[in-house]
Design a binder for this molecule. Structure first.
Ligand SMILES: O=C(O)[C@@H](CO)OP(=O)(O)O
Ligand SMILES: [Mg+2]
Length: 414
């Protein structure tokens, strides 16, 4: 076995929005190879790593070829922590703005996947051996109706209307359930709206001219049909991506009234009562730690209150959230923090404080399925859409892992 880094290849590819991104391959001297390609967000938190340098993918490739690669060749890929530290030091900025967080995360995950291949383990097994949690298949959050930054002006203001099977017998049953809710919602929308054209948003959710309650009614009807037909228990969730709605004094809605922070909190509490919401992501702006705490203390006993832009997978921000009791759940997006070590540190901090972890895709995805493996190794939930090639590449990987192993599916009895 030889885990010395022998070569690194970088190539420009496109993501699901047709935007340029990077794919990295790390070759070990044994011949084993690890590959990762980075996704990009549309609703980007202001505290995330900068995805690409100002000059885009071409500048990133040149920078990594000239400045980073020579320092990596010859190192042992087993030293994940040391390599990730090296990436930070070479870049030298707080947010990977020189190299681009998409380059650093691609290198970082590709190191780990090369070692996994060399040690003959699936990536999830390599990770869980390193980190020490029992592998479990994460419950999938499916995107059914989509709006906000992921769709046009005519769509809902709220970014994601989601479903979460709560106690499925298998991950396969859960993946199929979300896909069926998506199909049923499509049928309901075609029946009730003449101005629904069948369009979808960046993550495959339906795009329709609905206000928040109308969208939730469609979602509820669709999920009830699937629950009854297949005897399942499916929760409803929202990602409000509220930083995108916040203009500094109010949350802007096109079809509902604009809301000050207190009104936004009341609105979410009343929606939670009416629709029994089980998952609420980014209900408030990314700096509203106190407003998050109010919501968490009201709803946190029976609903996951999840911080995405609030935390940006960053342990300093997560620490602040824990101190303030701002949430009970953390969204994990590896490219927000730029290294696998940073990702694992965020996860560990969450686990130590009994937070639920949700590993997540980005709206501009590639067909890479590494986040499925991160989910199996260390998160209870995975958010990666319900349909669409770049989404199902991750969901189908979970089905494959389930079939090949006796790993059980997570269970959120809430
Ligand atoms: O807000 C989010 O949670 C994500 C993924 O759904 O969107 P984006 O990748 O555009 O940030
Ligand atoms: Mg989000």
């Amino acid at each position: 076995m030889s885990t010395l880094i022998n070569d690194i290849k970088l190539r420009k590819i496109i993501n699901s929005r047709g935007e340029e991104t990077v794919e990295v391959e790390v070759y070990l001297s044994s011949g084993s190879v690890g590959r990762f390609s980075a996704p990009s967000g549309a609703s980007v938190g202001k505290y995330e790593a900068k995805a690409l340098p100002d000059g885009g993918v071409d500048e990133g490739i040149k920078y990594v070829e000239d400045e980073v690669k020579p320092k990596l060749i010859g190192n042992d890929a087993l030293n994940q922590r040391k390599l990730d530290q090296l990436l930070k030091e070479v870049d030298g900025t707080e947010n990977f703005s020189k190299m681009g967080g998409n380059f650093s995360i691609s290198l970082s995950i590709a190191f780990a996947k090369a070692v996994a291949e060399e040690t003959d383990k699936p990536f999830y097994e390599h990770l869980s051996d390193e980190i020490g949690y029992n592998p479990l298949l994460p419950l999938p959050l499916g995107n059914i109706i989509e709006g906000g930054e992921h769709a046009g002006e005519g769509a809902t203001e709220i970014q994601e209307f989601l479903t979460l099977p709560l106690d499925p017998d298998s991950v396969k049953e859960a993946v199929l359930a979300n896909a069926r809710v998506h199909q049923e919602a499509g049928k309901i929308l075609s029946e009730r709206k003449r101005d629904f054209s069948g369009g979808k948003g960046d993550e495959g959710g339906w795009v329709a001219p609905l206000n928040t309650e109308e969208a939730l009614n469609v979602l509820e009807k669709a999920k009830n049909r699937v629950e009854n037909r297949f005897n399942l228990n499916i929760g409803i969730g929202l990602d409000l991506a509220a930083s995108e709605m916040w203009d500094g004094s109010v949350y802007r809605y096109r079809r509902d009234l604009d809301k000050r922070e207190k009104d936004q909190i009341d609105f979410i509490e009343s929606l939670t009562q009416e629709y029994d919401l089980k998952y609420i992501e980014d209900p408030l702006d990314q700096d509203a730690f106190d407003g998050f705490s109010d919501l968490n203390s009201e709803l946190g006993n029976s609903t996951l209150i999840c911080g995405d832009d609030l935390f940006t997978t960053n342990k300093t921000r997560i620490k602040k959230g824990i101190k303030n009791k701002s949430a009970n759940s953390i969204l994990i997006k590896p490219n927000q923090i730029g290294t696998l070590t940073g990702t694992v540190e965020a996860i560990e901090m969450g686990k130590e404080n009994n937070y639920k972890l949700v590993v997540s895709h980005r709206s501009g995805e590639t067909s890479d399925n590494s986040i499925s493996h991160i989910g199996v190794a260390c998160t209870e939930v995975i958010k990666t859409g319900a349909v669409g090639g770049e989404r199902v590449s991750k969901l189908n990987e979970l089905i494959r892992i389930e079939e090949k192993t006796n790993i059980e599916v997570s269970n959120l009895r809430c």
